[in-house]
Design a protein around this ligand. Structure first.
Ligand SMILES: [Zn+2]
Length: 387
């Protein structure tokens, strides 16, 4: 009898040991904050919970950086990490926050939109918990998150997610996907409160343009493109043609499907006066038939399986030995975003959005992403926001 009790205690201790050994890295990643340097254009930083009080005190609350221009003009919102496993959007947003000087208009930037998903990982997929971007002075460390919010923050999932307000039936997991919970509601599930906060920002501040930045698989047809509803198609097309002619890269226009609910490019257009755009740059790391999901692969986008599939014409983007490096993805996002602002300004001269100091595609490809990320140790007092 005593022997059996001893056996059981030893097994319980071993089990507990495994739980702690496996859980501790996840706990640390969830509580790891990323420093964001307030660049020369940042005039204030607010919390999304100021627009959606239901977020207050939750892991889903997040920082909104405001860059008010020297002269009045139009207003734009930039969103990164709607899907926290597509980090090129977050890095694009960070480069804007840390470098942009707004001459005319006002810019609102939310780099960690699904803050809960950015503090989680995808169980069973072997995702790294962090990645480092090399800079001229060292490196910057970021969390690598998941597509959906952490179940620690929003649980349980329903059997079917009934979209609000259209009542379209969506997959259960989409209740934690901030690109299905638009336009949201103040007392809905946590992720609806996140999208509601952004909707409130757009409605209260009469924001003209919203750019939601993603990454997509090379084997997924909606990749390397600008997704735009009817309202935004003209500007998206002009931006797409200009970057192709002037900067030499492809980013075609995909119309936003009217029957598919909950997506930012759909609901922002239908529930506010804002013009939405969703950018997709190819991220080979998210494809399924690849080698191990290493940080190196996340950064350089090189994979032998995708290369052989490319030769069989199974990919929707050109793909060769050079992969699809982070600098190319972030550079494309920056150029397309700047071009959307420029085309909007040309069309709407009384609401100009003009900024300088933000690098474009060729510069980022030549110098790397890290060139445009500052050293938090060198930021003055009050110069950093932890998120
Ligand atoms: Zn996405």
């Amino acid at each position: 009898m005593e022997r059996e009790a001893l056996h059981k205690s030893v097994l319980a201790a071993v089990f507990l040991g495994f739980v702690i050994w496996g859980g501790l890295p996840l706990y640390r990643q969830r509580h790891f904050d990323v420093p964001v340097i307030k660049g020369p254009g940042v005039t204030s930083v607010i919390r999304l919970s100021e627009l959606s009080p239901g977020l207050k005190g939750t892991m889903a609350d997040t920082s909104v950086f405001v860059l008010q221009g020297r002269e009045p003009g139009g207003k734009a919102l930039l969103i990164g990490n709607t899907h926290a496993n597509e980090p090129e959007g977050m890095l694009t947003a960070l480069i804007v926050i840390e470098n942009a000087v707004v001459e005319k208009g006002t810019l609102y930037v939310i780099p960690f939109f699904n803050n809960s998903a950015g503090r989680a990982t995808r169980p069973g997929d072997g995702y790294p918990l962090y990645f480092d971007v090399a800079t001229d002075w060292g490196s910057r460390r970021f969390r690598y998150g998941n597509r959906d919010a952490s179940p620690l923050d929003q649980w349980p999932d329903p059997d079917v997610y009934i979209h609000y307000p259209d009542r379209q039936l969506l997959s259960f997991i989409d209740v934690r996907n901030t690109n299905r919970t638009w336009p949201g509601r103040p007392g809905g599930p946590l992720m609806e409160r996140v999208t509601f906060g952004a909707m409130e920002l757009m409605r209260r501040e009469t924001i003209d343009v919203a750019v939601d930045i993603h990454g997509a698989e090379t084997m997924f047809p909606v990749t390397n493109c600008i997704v735009a509803p009817e309202r935004s198609v003209k500007i998206a097309t002009l931006a797409s043609l200009t970057v192709k002619a002037v900067e030499g890269f492809e980013s075609h226009v995909e119309p936003s499907p009217a029957g598919f609910r909950g997506l930012s490019h759909r609901e922002i257009g239908d529930h506010s006066a804002t013009m939405p755009f969703l950018l997709e740059a190819p991220i080979p790391f998210l494809d399924q038939p690849t080698g191990p999901k290493t940080v190196k692969f996340l950064l350089d986008g090189k994979d032998p399986f995708l290369l052989s599939l490319s030769k069989k014409k199974k990919l929707f983007v050109p793909y060769d030995e050079t992969g699809w490096p982070l600098a190319k993805r972030v550079g494309q996002n920056l150029s397309v975003t700047l071009e959307i602002f420029r085309q909007f300004t040309k069309k709407t001269a009384d609401r100009p959005i003009v900024l300088r100091g933000v690098p474009r595609y060729a510069e980022v490809v030549k110098n790397g992403v890290g060139r445009y990320l500052g050293d938090p140790a060198k930021a003055g007092p009050g110069g950093i926001v932890m998120n």
